[in-house]
Design a protein around this ligand. Structure first.
Ligand SMILES: Cc1cc2nc3c(=O)[nH]c(=O)nc-3n(C[C@H](O)[C@H](O)[C@H](O)COP(=O)(O)O)c2cc1C
Length: 357
């Protein structure tokens, strides 16, 4: 295998999704047949990266994308965790070997798959589409669909409540401030403001308000500042879709690799959705706030936030017909729509190449 082939595989793998487009990985070409993926997480400064799980899921999405990319060159890619590497900085060792195989049909969608945060059509999913999505995640996961108007309305209310935490929690503010690239249609290392999902006037106002937490807090308190973003980012999109999908693991996650495996499944789900002409938006924050609430971990200086997270977890369980100790790996909505006009791009292969001393 030439270095050029390995670079082509990594160049495709780069397109894996990651929470807030953080791309928590660096690549090392170890030899003609071995790669090392140096993962990291953002738990120290990103509220949503609970115990690094969102990053671990992104690692899984990357490893699956890399595996698919290798099939273009008739190569089988297999990965394992380097023994002793910690979950804050896991190193995944990838071995490539020649194999008589055709290109995986999901690979065609790797570069065009993109998050859709805007309203989609509510055209129902066909039974064959649902079967294909359920098959995509494999035996380790089951999917529950929320499709009727009543179900989507229940999710819309859940997301409304969820956004109340997201938008008024002081610890979430620096995350939102730092991940948006303003006046941008594309962004290599963040989310362009035009892909956030609000209208241009609201974007302008958000840009000014989000410069300082004091402005955000004032708007929220006296001017109903959460209402417009909640309507545009949560309530309308929750109704304007074919349905929501909750991915449940067959067994409770016990180690961080279980979250990496969930990432493999989520990327297969997302690429399969793309292959069916569907768009998808992850809706991970209710799950993440529920992780905090169920582990009784405080994440805010404001005591009301912990109470709100517990109430959100209870509503989530009631909407999903779940018990307190049920675990969920991924939550998203899907639907038909034109491709988003604005999207996140990726850092270059050079920027993502590990400088190993
Ligand atoms: C584990 C994970 C969690 C995510 N959570 C959310 C989310 O809660 N809301 C959202 O709008 N997008 C979410 N995303 C989508 C990312 O923001 C998006 O994939 C990334 O910015 C790259 O953009 P692209 O998918 O258009 O390439 C998530 C992605 C991953 C992999």
């Amino acid at each position: 295998m030439s270095r050029e082939t390995l670079e082509k595989i990594l160049d495709l793998a780069r397109w894996a999704p990651s929470g807030d487009n953080t791309q928590p990985w660096r690549f090392e070409i170890v030899s003609d047949s071995r790669l090392a993926i140096h993962g990291f997480d953002t738990r120290k400064h990103v509220l949503y990266d609970f115990d690094g799980h969102a990053s671990h899921m992104a690692h899984g999405a990357l490893l699956e994308t890399l595996r698919l990319a290798a099939t273009r060159f008739a190569l089988r890619a297999e990965w394992k965790l380097r023994p002793g590497s910690p979950d804050e900085a896991p190193i995944y060792e990838v071995t490539l070997s020649p194999a008589a195989m055709a290109e995986d049909p999901l690979l065609r969608h790797v570069e065009t798959r993109s998050v859709q945060r805007r309203a989609m059509r509510a055209t129902p999913l066909a039974p064959a589409q649902k079967d294909a999505l359920a098959a995509a995640v494999g035996d380790g996961y089951t999917l529950r669909f929320f499709e009727s108007f009543a179900d989507r309305f229940a999710v819309a209310r859940l997301l409304w409540q969820n956004a109340g935490i997201r938008l008024t929690c002081p610890e979430a503010y620096p995350v939102h401030r730092d991940i948006i690239e303003w006046k941008a249609r594309y962004s290599a290392d963040r989310i362009p403001d035009q892909a956030v999902g609000v209208d241009p006037a609201t974007t302008l106002l958000m840009r000014w308000v989000m410069q300082r937490w004091e402005r955000v807090a004032f708007f929220n308190r006296y001017l109903g500042g959460t209402i417009v973003p909640r309507v545009q980012l949560d309530f309308i999109p929750a109704l304007a879709c074919a349905g929501h999908i909750l991915m449940k693991p067959a067994t409770r996650p016990v180690e961080f690799l279980d979250h990496v495996r969930a990432g493999v499944a989520l990327q297969r789900l997302w690429l399969t959705a793309a292959s069916l002409g569907l768009h998808l938006q992850p809706e991970m924050t209710p799950l993440i706030f529920r992780w905090y609430a169920r582990e009784q971990r405080e994440f805010s200086s404001l005591p009301r936030i912990a109470r709100q997270a517990r109430a959100l977890a209870a509503r989530f369980e009631s909407v999903a017909g779940a018990k307190e100790d049920d675990s969920f790996a991924f939550f998203c909505r899907v639907g038909h729509s034109p491709p988003p006009r604005s999207r996140s791009l990726r850092k270059t292969l050079d920027e993502l190449s590990a400088r190993i001393r």
